[in-house]
Design a protein around this ligand. Sequence first.
Ligand SMILES: [Zn+2]
Ligand SMILES: [Zn+2]
Length: 193
Amino acid sequence: MKSLDEYLLDAEQAHGHLCAGQVLGVRMAMLGLQKLGIDDPRGKDRKRLVTFVEIDRCATDAVAVVTGCRLGKRALKFRDWGKVAATFVDVSAGRAVRIVARESSKALARSLQPEIADKNRQQRLAYREMPDQELFDVQGVKVELPPEEFPGYKGERVVCQACGEGINFRREVRRDGKILCRGCAGERYYKVL
Ligand SMILES: [Zn+2]
Ligand SMILES: [Zn+2]
């Protein structure tokens, strides 16, 4: 594993700026890896890790930088829960840990750096220094990961019987003997013009 400072440099580059979320995300991921005993997530341990993130904000980019888990590798899973939290799954050992930023961490940052008016700077500095147990809550958890969720899963590709589009990774819906994509099954997030 790299040092906090090295990861922050990487995160700043990947994300475009250094913000409080980067500090939080880097530290969250470093703690998760440490709890799982994974020390080379981008090298020899790269097939051991799947990460679930619960928010699509700054910290998520930093989690991806440290863990090497990316959406395009199917190793980063997004659950849109609006929480600054992530679950790190060691798929080889069947162990997982969920880490959530404590609600009290913002107020604590303010009390540690009261002379700094800029909130982001205040939090950035405080989040670097605060001990893990003041910044995060850690839960040991169990994650049931079906085969089609693994990064290397190769399944049969099916075709939606309504729209004709192809579907991978068992994401189809089977209803009344028909194979449907999620859009045709009623989960469409867009309207065709
Ligand atoms: Zn940011
Ligand atoms: Zn369809």
